[in-house]
Design a protein around this ligand. Sequence first.
Ligand SMILES: *Cc1c(COP(=O)(O)O)cnc(C)c1O
Length: 361
Amino acid sequence: MTSQINPQPGIMNIAPYQGGKATLAGIDNVIKLSSNENPLGPSEAAIEAVRRSAMNMHRYPSTDHRALREAIGNAHGLDPEKVICGAGSDEIIAFLCQAYAGPGDEVIHTEHGFAMYRISALAAGATPVEVPERDRVTDVDAILAGCSARTRLVFIANPNNPTGTMIGGADVARLAAGLPPKALLVLDGAYAEFVDGFDGGAALIGARDNVVMTRTFSKLYGLGGMRVGWGYGPAAIIDVLNRVRGPFNLSAAALAAGEAAIGDTGYVEHCRAENARWRAWLAEALATAGVPSDTSCANFILARFADQQEAERCDQYLQSQGLIVRLVAGYKLPNALRITVGDEIACRRVATAIATFKGVA
Ligand SMILES: *Cc1c(COP(=O)(O)O)cnc(C)c1O
């Protein structure tokens, strides 16, 4: 007898998220450059805050996240009342889909856009719609052309993962202004901190009612394992998202880590500067070895090879050298490898290995 216990429509169309590989059989001391983590690790202040929070793990955490929202507000010059915290920004993406899209609704993402947009749209029963990019850059005209009366959400990451490219404020504003009335623009700012002087779109949110932003502590702040992200948007939208948010969605340890990390401004600056320095060095070294990349605005480089076969052979060679990078064929970039900007030693090792692979070392 076939079972009549079935999941909601759309769920079985989800291809489970593939995380970056972390280990290689038979090799210790691997260098992991596959998940855009901070190679310098978390701030000492965050580690100490988590240690202290451990004494109180029998207590439920804050439900309103006031202290963390105020720390975020202070750091970014934002109204804490319009901030919502999530277990990673992935959870904010899920809240947005759950609250604003359902069966019959469309959720737009770009050709090389982040996998969670599609996964969360399908989980909500909505229909993901992919629109083309122009040479690995978000194309505002293509997005506007892809909109319909059914469009409820439009996701762009700016800078984007895995391309590392971004579009300017005027283009983002033109996109927001051109959307159909029922569509909400989501600016995913997971890598916004890596761009000097960039507000992630916060000013645009202040000026409109159809734009929200998601941000994370997983990248620059080095807290990927703690799961801390946040969203910022018009009060009415944050109110909606808080209704679907579980009351204890962030652990006490995660809240403490986030607060301490964002307050450790000296360390944040150091990490930002190191990333910029080694990103430029690595891009140059790869270019010299005959491996081009677009100018990256984030903490990774999308290295391009002649074809899929060469990219896969290079990946195999890097693995043999204890280096883990990311194949991005699943993002429709079969001839590329996404390489997180590591510390100096990691950058030198990966550059040497790629030059050797290309026969130019
Ligand atoms: C890493 C990443 C995120 C979120 O990660 P969380 O750890 O869930 O905060 C969101 N968007 C993009 C584009 C990312 O690369």
